[in-house]
Ligand binder design. Structure first.
Ligand SMILES: Cc1cc2nc3c(=O)[nH]c(=O)nc-3n(C[C@H](O)[C@H](O)[C@H](O)COP(=O)(O)O)c2cc1C
Length: 324
């Protein structure tokens, strides 16, 4: 049985943390459709930044039954450890440390993947965090700083020695950002050198790709981010090894439910947040539903112009009735 510390995972297909996406409503859906584990959006280690409405919502618990995993980004060992302790005391069951984010906003403050240039500092942060919490600490990272500095395998061994409970590795370097394709050979090298669970991440968007990456890397599981946009059922489908074709009715009814949940969770700002999700549902329908089902890109475009929560729900409801 696959476990992270005391938490047995119900399967080995994990939802990646995505700021602005994996909020509580999204995690709820992915979990209900069968994801094995879900991670929330990254939060800053600095607790003085936590009091904005946005930050409060980011720190909300996810689905009942799933371990509550909080991902922290920060570059100062004491800050990160303090943030982790506060989250642990507030109920976090796993603390995940972000050494993978390439965003300038994070990296200017020497956090995220910036830290891969300074493995000693990574270790200091991990050590300080482990000293402050009594829950598993996991790490999400990239394969290294640059193509010339793919230092993640060595770092992974040091992380394991410190007591990190699991690793998720995005098969790109910091320098690659999101360009090119993920390379999983470095992830395979990491898996070969450590005994803790390792999850391969990057460009996994179907059961076939998941199978191939698992075979190539020997990893314990896969972590999926962008593949789940507009299709929160993907993780459950991969875990069940059955990529079921879904028609417009099923997709629109999930989209409608998702939008209702966003309105309930965010209030007024949920109207804006719903637009990007419906855009992704529409894009998936365009890619995956047969042509006579309609031009779904138009649905996304028209939805974007709606200003009111009620208008958004009416619009999706009308399309759902038409499609049924
Ligand atoms: C919109 C977006 C937000 C992201 N936010 C985070 C984050 O908060 N923490 C993190 O560790 N990675 C973050 N990532 C990176 C993903 O977790 C993942 O490593 C990356 O997208 C590659 O996996 P994928 O190809 O399955 O999407 C984000 C990615 C995207 C696209």
């Amino acid at each position: 049985m696959l476990s992270i510390g005391p938490h047995e995972l119900r399967n080995n297909v994990l939802l990646a943390p995505m700021a602005g996406v994996t909020d509580a409503p999204f995690r709820e859906l992915a979990w209900r459709f069968g994801a094995g584990y879900v991670v929330g959006e990254m939060v800053s280690s600095r607790s003085d930044l936590w009091d904005s409405p946005k930050s409060r919502l980011r720190r909300c618990f996810g689905p009942t039954g799933a371990p509550h995993v909080v991902q922290i980004a920060g570059g100062d060992p004491l800050d990160v450890a303090d943030g982790a302790r506060r989250h642990w005391l507030a109920g976090a069951q796993v603390v995940d440390l972000n050494f993978g984010c390439p965003a300038k906003k994070v990296c200017r403050k020497a956090a995220g993947s910036q830290l891969l240039r300074d493995p000693d500092l990574v270790i200091e942060i991990v050590r300080a965090t482990l000293a402050e919490v009594e829950v598993p600490v996991t790490v999400k990272m990239r394969t290294g700083w640059s193509r010339d500095l793919r230092n993640a395998p060595d770092l992974a061994c040091r992380l394991e020695d410190e007591g990190v409970a699991a690793l998720a590795v995005h098969g790109r370097t910091r320098e690659c950002r999101f360009m090119g394709s993920a390379e999983h050979d470095t992830v395979a090298r990491i898996k070969a050198r450590v005994h803790i669970p390792v999850f391969a991440n990057g460009d996994i968007d179907s059961p076939e790709v998941a199978r191939r990456v698992l075979a190539q890397t020997g990893c314990d599981g896969v972590m999926i981010g962008r593949g789940a946009l507009g299709q929160p059922w993907l993780l459950g489908d991969i875990a069940g090894a059955s990529f079921r074709r879904r028609g417009p009715v099923e997709r629109l009814s999930v989209a409608l439910e998702h939008v209702q949940a966003l309105h309930a969770f965010y209030g007024e700002p949920g109207v804006r947040i719903a637009r990007k999700h419906v855009g992704w549902y529409a894009q998936r329908m365009q890619e995956q539903c047969v042509v006579h089902d309609g031009d779904w890109t138009e649905l996304g475009k028209q939805f974007n112009r709606l200003e009111e929560a009620a208008a958004q729900l009416d619009y999706l409801g009308a399309h759902l009735s038409q499609a049924a």
